[in-house]
Design a protein around this ligand. Sequence first.
Ligand code: ADP
Ligand code: MG
Length: 237
Amino acid sequence: MIAFLAFALALLPPSHAADIAAPLAETPIAALPVAPAQALGLSGMTWLNNAANLGGAALPALGRGDFGAVYAHPAQPAWVVKIAADGFGAPNPRGRSQMTRDMLAEAAASRALADAQAGPRLIAVTRIPHRLQPFLDQMAGWFGARAPDWSRPALVKERVIGSTLGELRRAGKRTAVHDALAGDLKARLRTAGLAVSDMHDENVMIGVTASQAEARAYLVDAGSVRGLTTTSPAPTP
Ligand SMILES: Nc1ncnc2c1ncn2[C@@H]1O[C@H](COP(=O)(O)OP(=O)(O)O)[C@@H](O)[C@H]1O
Ligand SMILES: [Mg+2]
């Protein structure tokens, strides 16, 4: 077993740290609020078997889509954590880089949505470590190698306390009021020049947030938002 793992580690390029950090450094979108998980009150959260863990137990997700799994923040009830999810949890370096780029693009889009009052506030971009990372690091250390980083890119956003349009429909509670609020959301998106290609019922939530007490429709998933304009740098005097 050990020999096999040593062989597998030897096949890996020396370090993937640069692969993972590069998209953060290269993103053309300045001033994304990148913060370490500890600084966001997430130090106990890890990733294992395609789910977030806390204190050794899998956390129940608030929701899942094609790209992410969304959890209530364990310490801050006003926030959620959206973690890039897939398969067993150790994508290849190319997959990891792509996942990070996608999450950074989503962070920028989330911020644009929030600026347009069309999405919940973006708090931070972070990474959630893999539960087996310490073991992997130790193993690699024995062979003088550096282990690949299995951490997942994640977004911390304001939580929308409410329901998706799909949940309301399935519960038989969807009314014309919800459709009117969704209409207002579409108008705000149009005004802000944002185009959305997957505006479906699981991506729209009706509810309130800690910073907005009045019920609104929010596009909670910024993954398909396009037409963003990056902020121009301030002119030098
Ligand atoms: N800010 C939020 N507050 C509360 N629930 C959310 C929030 N964002 C997402 N969710 C829930 O998580 C589900 C999946 O989130 P989403 O961002 O659509 O992921 P994906 O990109 O994988 O489709 C949503 O359908 C919704 O139920
Ligand atoms: Mg979605």
